[in-house]
Design a protein around this ligand. Structure first.
Ligand SMILES: [Zn+2]
Length: 137
């Protein structure tokens, strides 16, 4: 009969190395699904991504549309931008948002929330307790 340790070893050997290294450090954000329709770009899985980020949709929308230099709106979980954009371009901006407003700069974990203190905003990390001053979106 197998003892617990060898069962555990066997279970571990079936999981790719990466899963252990990366778990908790960086979260899985789905790839941006964006299609161009006429003169507009529709970010189809916007809601799914917002759910993973745990941030208000309007904030992410404001950041991305501001960086794109266009107007954006939300309709039924889809983000819509005026103009033609690529999934890669939007994905880069989303990464920038995550770096600035989601990932803790001290421990690189995404377990954070944005808290308003007096007149400033802080990114408060529940993993390491860091409170980093940030600029509002
Ligand atoms: Zn942290």
């Amino acid at each position: 009969m197998d003892d617990y340790d060898s069962l555990l070893d066997r279970a571990r050997s079936q999981v790719p190395e990466d899963a252990f290294k990366k778990s908790g450090e960086r979260f899985k954000v789905p790839a941006v699904q964006l299609i161009v329709q006429g003169n507009r770009s529709l970010w189809q899985n916007f809601q799914d991504i917002i759910n993973v980020l745990n941030r208000p949709g309007r904030e992410v929308l404001k950041f991305v549309s501001g960086q794109l230099g266009t107007a954006g709106s939300m309709e039924g979980g889809i983000a819509i931008f005026n103009g033609k954009f690529t999934p890669e371009g939007v994905s880069d901006l989303l990464d920038r948002y995550i770096d600035s407003y989601v990932t803790c700069p001290v421990c690189s974990r995404p377990d954070t929330e944005i808290v308003k203190e007096d007149k400033s905003y802080r990114l408060v990390c529940s993993a390491c307790g860091a409170r980093t001053a940030i600029r509002p979106v």
